[in-house]
Design a protein around this ligand. Structure first.
Ligand SMILES: [Zn+2]
Length: 107
């Protein structure tokens, strides 16, 4: 009995016995890089920079006169409302489509 049992237990050649090898898994890397950053001033709440940037540029394009909204830049004729044209000294240009309109020269 003991002999047979021994034979059965022997693995056949070329057939690897199933090993339950647990790979040494790398521990989940929880980077603590954020902590390394210089902490922002606690008084100021973190604001999305994009929004701030947008407001900064837009306010130059509008002006309120007597409860009316006046656009300081012309609107691109090609692109339609929403696309302002850049103000140059003798012309307006659209950065979206490249349309250029020369300012009327008053002399
Ligand atoms: Zn345009």
């Amino acid at each position: 009995m003991s002999k047979k049992a021994d034979k059965k237990e022997l693995p056949k050649k070329g057939e690897e016995p199933k090993k339950e090898v647990k790979k040494p898994e790398a521990p989940p890397v929880e980077s603590t890089k954020e902590e390394a950053k210089p902490a922002p001033k606690p008084e100021k709440a973190p604001k999305p920079e994009k929004k701030k940037k947008e407001e900064k540029g837009v306010f130059k394009l509008y002006k309120i006169e007597q409860d009316k909204l006046v656009r300081l830049r012309p609107i691109c004729e090609r692109c339609g409302p929403g696309y302002f044209m850049a103000d140059h000294k003798n012309r307006y240009t659209c950065g979206h489509c490249g349309f250029t309109r020369y300012k009327p020269t008053k002399e």
